[in-house]
Ligand binder design. Structure first.
Ligand SMILES: [Zn+2]
Length: 370
């Protein structure tokens, strides 16, 4: 608390004389107001904007290093060899080739060589990358990996992938099955956010999600998980509400890893869209973060396939054509109507709601867990 009071007037006033539980919760819309301590090596990252709001998160080089260490932490327990090829599914439509130089990273006695492919990339190109590199580890956006497994028309089980570690979205049981059966690999899920970094990870020995409570203070509030990352001092987040419904487990499974475990009840998960050719489009295929001045957006697909893009932007006239062009390239063969005002988006379940940024009446029912 003292560190937060010293961080800025913003937090000093916000905290006042309150005890921890009395400190106001930081909502997503409040993040823009949080002052950022000056540092020469600050770098911005914009969140993918689930729930409609995008926020910019600023971290120093040291904090980014720390985030990466947390991201790699579960891999200490995966039993991988000393040299690992990994392929990571990220936002976008591009795909590396096997001759592209990888990104190198040493962590915990293992050297990682990493290549990236986009969740909206050509499945055949992604397959070619995988069959050439034969990665032991595949990571990245859950729906993107599922889309690839379901759309590629080539065998994956002989590639030799040992572990698939999806993240970024709530992993539906049927998604887990599709990935397991596609790659014949073990699926070990991750849970985290752009704002806070890695929060919890599925353990290879006990199967539960261990929470990184040594680095992030977590409170399982009934209105959504609150996170206070302890390693961030530039843009500090105090009792930040992620919105995901999560609870700490009361019976602790016996495990050598002593971090407490949690259960994710409901978390960010968007629907797939169906393009004019009947192809599924990942809800994370959109790169709207590149549209300048865009504050928030939600995309809805009606039962007849037509799209409505609800948005708020600093300059709606400038953002509109860029948004339409982006939707047209990502979801070919569908009409798209622009609607200023994110608040106008439908919020009746099961088509939309708090946890959805991309909703579709064509696929919502198929994606709803039983
Ligand atoms: Zn465990």
């Amino acid at each position: 608390m003292a560190a937060f009071r010293q961080h800025s007037d913003y937090y000093r006033i916000r905290i006042g004389d309150a005890e921890w539980a009395g400190v106001p919760v930081l909502e997503k819309a409040d993040v823009v107001a949080v002052p950022v301590a000056d540092a020469p090596d600050l770098k911005d990252a914009r969140t993918s904007g689930t729930s409609g709001f995008q926020v910019t998160i600023r971290n120093t080089a040291r904090e980014r290093e720390f985030r990466r260490a947390l991201l790699y932490r579960p891999q200490l327990f995966y039993g991988l060899p000393a040299e690992v090829n990994q392929v990571v599914f990220v936002d976008g439509a591009g795909c590396a080739t096997a001759t592209d130089p990888p990104k190198w990273f040493d962590y915990g006695g293992t050297t990682y060589r990493t290549w990236f492919c986009g969740v909206a990339g050509n499945p055949r190109e992604i397959w070619r990358l995988l069959i050439t590199l034969r990665p032991q580890l595949v990571r990245g956006i859950a729906s993107g990996i599922v889309r690839f497994v379901e759309s590629v028309d080539a065998p994956l089980k002989d590639i030799g992938v040992r572990i698939v570690a999806p993240g970024g979205e709530y992993l539906l049981p049927e998604w887990r099955r599709a990935i397991e059966q596609g790659f014949r690999a073990r699926v070990l899920d991750r849970y985290g956010s752009t704002e806070t970094g890695a929060i919890a990870w599925q353990c290879p020995s006990c199967g539960c999600y261990h929470a990184n409570t040594d680095e992030i203070l977590l409170e399982d509030d009934a209105d959504g998980l609150l996170a206070t990352p302890l390693f961030v001092s530039s843009q500090s987040l105090l009792r930040y509400r992620l919105g995901d419904r999560v609870h700490f487990d009361t019976d602790v499974a016996y495990c050598d890893i002593r971090l407490p475990t949690l259960t994710i009840e409901q978390a960010r998960r968007d629907d797939w869209l169906i393009d004019g050719n009947g192809q599924r489009v990942s809800p994370l295929a959109f790169q709207f973060e590149q549209v300048p001045g865009l504050l928030a957006w939600r995309l809805h697909q009606a039962a007849d396939g037509a799209l409505q893009l609800y948005f708020d932007a600093e300059q709606a006239e400038a953002a509109g054509p860029l948004l339409l062009a982006s939707v047209g390239a990502t979801v070919p063969g569908r009409q798209c109507e622009l609607v200023p005002g994110v608040w106008r988006a439908p919020d009746s379940a099961p088509f939309a709601g708090k946890f959805k940024r991309v909703s579709s009446e064509l696929t919502a029912r198929a994606n709803t867990p039983a």
